[in-house]
Every structure is written in structure tokens, then in C-alpha cells.
Design a protein around this ligand. Structure first.
Ligand SMILES: [Zn+2]
Ligand SMILES: [Zn+2]
Length: 350
């Protein structure tokens, strides 16, 4: 039996943390339940899950639908699309059986690539390798999620670029159903004919648009800031999300425009955050004066999750004034509470 390899390459950068990731996690479970009810999919489809943020890793190597269990999705810092593509191409080389004169190999692989941001790495080399050696051998469906997705970059990888803008959980369920219908359609078509194109189910254009001309796709500045810190007591990471509120001030002789960021929420993360984060990236900084609303530590309940280490400038949680060992660099800080001047803290990206 010839296999139909399906790769999911999923962006798990920090902007996915929270509802998006939970929906994606549930979506994978829904997808597998639905594929298991289809005899063609059960017979031919092999699934693999690759996650990427600042780094890329295979969470589940190519495996038949009947034995596939959705992996727990991690979160990391960065959106290294170039790294993800290189990883994908290496996985294809390693795992997809090629057709030779005396052996029928696998069917043409299908890749669903999902990302919600702009690449934080240089994708030039990966793009060259993809276009030269893979573009015609692999069907890639690229899905830009939300308003900040770099659709013009995706367009360089494939003609099949879709833009998904979820307004509700129901939209997300429709989207997952569309993916599973497309996978099933593809498995039927390879069983029936020698068709090598990719079959996509009919789109529900209320939630998804096929991108033809992308000249109008503007570069939007992200409207939120995501800070990452580490719990002093459990040593586990967390994210703090702020949303931008533009403000302006007009005085008699001058006007001033400045932005403030309001607290959206705090999210507890697991230790694999560090495995998926690119620690070589320059970390931009933001002044805490611009942040409105403070957060507690989601791991240990300490009151302050925004204390910045005096040595490495990374964030840690503290219960209050006094000595605190930095969980990042082991430096012994002595914190004092004050409402005075702001201090610069490390700001995560992706
Ligand atoms: Zn803590
Ligand atoms: Zn430190």
C-alpha cells in the first residue's frame, strides 16, 4: 500500500499562547477523530506534526492515522520560518519513500503550514532550496492566521495561500473540518486515480479567503507586547500579554503621541518553552512606565511577575521586597518596591 504523507507544520510562537493554542490542540484531536471514520484515510494517510517557534522540532514522526495520538503543543519565542522549512525538507528527505524504477514510492506529500506572524529569521536559503527541489514534488497549503500573518512571504512558497480569520470557536471548528475534508478528498483521489494535484475541500469564505493578488496585503504592526519571565520558586516559564492603547496629548504649544499597554493576561508555560525558543535573538526592550496593570506569577502565586533581574535583565516573580535569586542567571537581587522611575525589561518576540 502506498502511503499518503501529510505534514502539519504549526507555528507555536508566543502570539499563539492562550485560546489559539488550546483551539489548535483541540482541533488536532477533532481532525484525528474525523480521519479515523474514513476508510480511505485509514488506509493511506500518514500524519506527522512539526512545531516551530524560534526552533523547529518534530513532535510526531510520520505515522498511520489509526496509531496517531495528537501531541501536546509547546510554546516558544520567535517565528523562525526558515528554520522550520529546512527541518521540513530534511524530514521529507528522511521519511518519504521515493519512487524508483523497481519500487512504487509514497504518494506526493501534502504539507499544511500554519503561521500567524512574520518570520523572525532570514528565509532566503530555505526558500531557494524549497523552490529548486521541493516545490514541484510536494503540495504545500499555506495558511496565514489572523491579521499579522506574512501572506506575501507564504506566497513565495506556494500558490495555495489561504487566509484564516477566526472570529469564534465555531469558525475554528469549521476550519478544522475543512482541513479534514481536504485530507479525506486527497486520500480518495490518490486511491482512485493517479492525480497528483492537491485536493482542497470547498472553502467557507466567511472564515477563509483564498489569496490571489496580495498586493493589498499591508504590513500591520502588532498591537500587543508579550513578555516572558520565569518563576523564582518553580523555575517554570510564563508569559504576560499586554495590548496597545494608542493615546495622544495636545497641550497649548505642543502635541505628544505615546502608547500605553494594558494587561490582557498571564499564561503559565511548560519547560519546553526554552527548547522551542531562539535564545540568540536580540531582545528589544520596553519601559515599564508604558505598562498599565501588573500581574502575579501563574505558577506560585507571588504578587509580582514583572521584577527584572539587575544582572541579566530577564523577568522573574517576587513575593515582595527583599532578596531574590534570579532563576535565569543565579544573581542575587535585592528588590525594593517603588512607584518611581520605570525600568527597562526584556521583551519577548514572535
Ligand atoms: Zn512564581
Ligand atoms: Zn538574572
Amino acid at each position: 500500500m502506498r502511503r499518503l504523507p501529510i505534514f502539519f507544520v504549526l507555528d507555536v510562537s508566543e502570539s499563539m499562547a492562550g485560546d489559539n493554542l488550546r483551539q489548535l490542540q483541540q482541533g488536532l484531536e477533532r481532525l484525528v477523530r474525523s480521519l479515523r471514520t474514513d476508510p480511505h484515510a485509514l488506509e493511506t494517510v500518514y500524519l506527522s506534526i512539526i512545531a516551530f517557534a524560534g526552533k523547529a522540532k518534530t513532535l510526531t514522526p510520520l505515522i498511520e492515522v489509526a496509531s496517531f495520538y495528537p501531541p501536546r503543543l509547546p510554546i516558544g519565542s520567535g517565528t523562525a520560518l526558515g528554520v522550520a522549512l529546512e527541518h521540513l525538507m530534511n524530514e521529507i528527505d528522511k521519511n518519504v519513500v521515493k519512487t524508483t524504477p523497481d519500487r512504487k514510492g509514497d504518494w506526493k506529500p501534502v504539507v499544511y503550514l500554519m503561521t500567524d506572524g512574520k518570520p523572525t529569521d532570514d528565509i532566503k536559503n530555505a526558500l531557494y532550496r524549497w523552490q529548486k527541489y521541493y516545490q514541484r514534488q510536494v503540495s504545500l497549503v499555506a495558511i496565514g492566521v489572523g491579521e499579522y500573518a506574512a501572506l506575501d512571504t507564504l506566497r513565495q512558497l506556494t500558490d495555495q495561500v489561504l487566509h484564516f480569520n477566526a472570529q469564534s470557536e465555531e469558525d475554528f471548528r469549521k476550519f478544522i473540518d475543512w482541513v479534514s475534508q481536504s485530507v479525506v478528498a486527497q486520500s480518495r483521489s490518490v486511491s482512485a486515480t493517479t492525480n497528483t494535484g492537491v485536493n482542497l475541500a470547498k472553502l467557507d469564505d466567511s472564515i477563509m479567503a483564498k489569496m490571489g493578488d496580495l498586493t493589498a496585503a499591508a504590513n500591520v504592526d502588532e498591537d500587543f507586547v508579550i513578555l516572558s519571565g520565569r518563576c523564582q520558586h518553580t523555575r517554570l516559564p510564563y508569559l504576560i500579554k499586554y495590548e496597545r492603547m494608542p493615546m495622544s496629548y495636545k497641550g497649548g504649544e505642543f502635541s505628544l503621541r505615546f502608547d500605553r499597554y494594558h494587561l490582557v493576561g498571564v499564561m503559565a508555560l511548560e519547560n519546553d518553552y526554552y527548547e522551542f525558543s531562539d535564545d540568540s535573538m536580540a531582545t528589544p526592550s520596553i519601559n515599564t512606565d508604558a505598562l498599565v496593570g501588573s500581574a502575579g506569577c501563574p505558577h506560585c502565586g507571588s504578587h509580582y511577575a514583572l521584577a527584572a533581574c539587575g544582572n541579566c535583565n530577564q523577568l522573574l516573580c517576587v513575593r515582595g521586597e527583599g532578596a531574590a535569586i534570579c532563576p535565569h542567571c543565579q544573581y542575587e537581587n535585592n528588590f525594593m518596591l517603588s512607584d518611581g522611575e520605570g525600568f527597562d525589561i526584556t521583551r519577548a518576540r514572535g
